[in-house]
Design a binder for this molecule. Structure first.
Ligand code: GRF
Length: 208
């Protein structure tokens, strides 16, 4: 059983998709051993508790400085002994030590087709606003491993979603979530949990 730790900040719909996929058996050989959230008011915490998953709230605001927060955060992560850390809408920059310790064991979901509309400052609605501004006809979502950069790690899965003529950022965000994110993230976890993902020279290969 792959021990999955989810890190969340907001509504937690991606977390819910993971929980549901595990319950329904579309994700095999994985269990969510904990949820870490930086925002005590996030609905994601409720979703975790409803599913009987240990949910921990740890916010940078409660610590004197970043260093102390990072130390506490990493200790909390380590306590869960995760095989895989899933950033499911997590808005906190990870401690570098954590990225080194968990190399190739942290994945993130990003709501665009990387390398479009990604990097510093591209999160939440901003990603979709920029996609609409640029006039792209196709956008989507990407699941990738996390490295030291912002959205630069090896790409595991991508799914395209059509942009409609009358889209607002909110409408596009919703379609990308429904058609891409909620499917891709469970699928990536299933592939990893079942030994299907191999990284070679910074690129991911999916075994048949
Ligand atoms: C998603 O759009 C995800 O791609 C982004 O943050 C959002 C999180 O939504 N990184 P939710 O909390 O899973 O509902």
């Amino acid at each position: 059983m792959l021990r999955v730790l989810a890190c969340v900040s907001g509504g937690g719909t991606n977390l819910q998709a993971m929980i549901d996929a595990i319950t329904q058996g579309t994700v095999r050989n994985a269990q969510i051993v904990g949820v870490i959230c930086n925002n005590k008011n996030a609905y994601a915490l409720e979703r975790a508790r409803n599913a009987g998953i240990d949910a921990i709230c740890i916010s940078p605001k409660e610590y004197a400085d970043r260093e102390t927060f990072h130390r506490e955060f990493l200790e909390t992560v380590n306590m869960k002994k995760p095989d895989l850390i899933v950033l499911a809408g997590f808005l906190v920059v990870l401690p570098e030590e954590m990225i080194r310790t968990y190399q190739n064991r942290i994945i993130n979901i990003h709501p665009s087709l990387i390398p479009a509309f990604c990097g510093k400052g591209f999160y939440g609605l901003k990603v979709h606003e920029e996609a609409l501004k640029r006039g792209v006809k196709v956008t989507g979502a990407t699941v990738h491993f996390v490295d030291e950069g912002t959205d630069t790690g090896p790409i595991i899965l991508q799914k395209a979603v059509a942009v409609e003529a009358d889209d607002t950022p909110e409408a596009l965000q919703k379609r990308v979530m429904e058609q891409a994110e909620w499917k891709l993230l469970p699928q990536a976890i299933d592939l990893i949990a079942n030994g299907k993902v191999k990284i070679e020279d910074g690129r991911v290969w999916i075994k048949a």
